[in-house]
Design a protein around this ligand. Sequence first.
Ligand code: BGC
Length: 739
Amino acid sequence: MTVRSLLLQTAIVVIATTSVAQAREAKPAPADAATRAEKTLARMQPAEKTVLTHGIMPLPLGPKSPPLPSGAIFGAGYIAGIPRLGVPALRETDASLGVSYIMGLRHDGATALPSGLAMASTWNNELIEQGGRMIGGEAKAKGFNVLLAGGANLMRDPRNGRNFEYLGEDPLLAGRLAGHAIRGIQSNGIISTIKHFALNGQETARKFVDVKISEAAARESDLLAFRIGMEIGNPGAVMCAYNRVAGSQACASDWLLNHVLKQDWGYHGFVMSDWGAVPGLDAAMKGLDQQSGAELDPAVFFSDTLAKEARVNPAYAKRVDDMNRRILRAIYEHGMDISPAKPGGAIDFAANAAVAEDVAKQGIVLLRNERNVLPLAATAKRIAVIGGYADTGVLSGAGSSQVQGQGGPALSISLGGTGSFAAFLTQSYHRSVPLDAMKALAPQASFRFRDGRYITDAVTAARQADVVVVFATQWASEGLDQPDLSLPNGQDTLIEAVAAANPNTIVVLETGGPVLMPWLKRTAAVIEAWYPGARGGNAIASVLFGRTNPSGRLPITFPASTDQLPRKSVDGFAELEPDFAGNPPHGTMPLIADYDIEGSDVGYRWNARQGAKAAFPFGYGLSYTSFTTSTPQVTGTQARVTVKNTGDRSGATVVQLYLVSRAGKGMRRLVGYGRVDLAGGASATATIDIDPRLLADWRDNGWTMPSGRYAFAVGSDAELVGPTASVTIKERRWHDPSL
Ligand code: BGC
């Protein structure tokens, strides 16, 4: 078997939940798209060759905002089409978690999926693909044909403000899920991006922080996540990132864009910039194909300036043709001219909300359950519910990914301030009320809600109740990182006091990422509900009362303390004012984020290297039933594992296959996974595909698997693994094949 076929095979996981989904609309074959692009390019007048290479942000954001062209919709981006040649305009919306709300300017709502980390906690490729299909359908019905989605950045720091948008810390899991989300979106005959390419690991100083990382470490971690996502999802566009990598802006990085993406990976789609991420015209020669929201950059480089340069410089003229070829090919490949997106399409909001609810239910992670206090008995009499606006809605993350349902948020709490981004810095709650949903599932109980502002009041309510459910929130936003991992606004003290007053205290976390839990030992149960989306309240209630057996598994490490992290704080955080736009405060300020500290050992792999134990490790999650798994039987690039549900309640578990040692060296790497649903008492054999890149290291421009014994084990999380199975492998080397 060739390495290429090995790799292709591994992209298709054999577990039932991860089969290849059928595209909903027939698409022209890629070869046709390339030929058509060539023909259109040949017919383009010189003046038409810079139409597709730059766009605007079609929003009334102030004096710098360009007038809205007819045919543009309020959204993130608009690139004029070329009607003479039948080339459609590109209407872009943010869409990682749903069609974004852009502060209600369009006066419409959309279905909010739970946050990226909630999605990743499902470990369910098919479900995430369904979510993508749902978002793509809504976007198309609103007239959008390019979706700014597919966030595949790895969580290198739990304080990064955008972790909630992404899919965790592991390249295999994040890459596969991003790929499936993209595939789902594009099944609507529209384009999705994968973003932000690459190494965009923090918001502080995001426009100038310079990431230092060895090529090997990058290829084995963040770049691998993108690579896997692109193999599965085949995104029409790649969005390059704000940050610098090895001294170059990512959107003008010859290494990232020309070398890795286009040459090594054979990518034939186009690279669009992030908004305000283009340093100059030269970015075109470094591999950037389209300048997005160009008015946000120092100048509109990819319009007249580009055309002028192309007239006198053959290298630029050649590049301009290549830029057009790539954009046209993506348009044709996804049939965007044949089946155009038009505003006013029908949307089945009820069906779409059911998808969001399903993701929330599968993504909620049960972290602690002492004395089996959960699920709550249908006989519980007096239930106190405290804090977190649980009487109003569920929290969402802020920034460009912010989605709101019809009618807007149930509640918006501004952070204040008067800057141009003040409107973004708002804590918004979706209209799905946990308290109401809990009442509906426990009609026999009497509920008392306390907002948690006053500790004595909350403690009194806790003392008078049989069971207390405390809702705790940690809001996060694009543009801002967290200073630490505490729950803000005194919530840690509140929980401590409530748990001291009532031993049956259950904590429901709605957080953007990991938090520390100094009060943990006092509580009876903890569930991590993340930002649970449009039907989050229902999903939380369903887990609390056992209608849903929790099956989420952490896609990230919850550290025991910030001392376990590779960095003491986010680089630059202590020195800089929080600044949404992220421009250097005093001209140019050098700031290095040294990712060589952890290299490709991100998250649990860093802990394994350090011998550190997490508070809750990657892969962790409890259930209301119990499972046993057999020792894996490894043959070639597959493992067979028998799973048994040893309880009497049906439930799902995730078979997590780890490489635990290689050629005599202990290590911990997730190499394959699959979700298994089982009725009580039932068992099944799962076939898990192993991605050989996770067995290898990047060396001398290719992957190398050293000779020796490779030991594999199934883990209920990254720290707790079962008996190992070993195979002997002879050294293997291969180059990264093209897409
Ligand atoms: C974000 C992107 C987003 C773009 C358009 C940028 O600030 O980094 O993720 O797609 O804005 O809204």
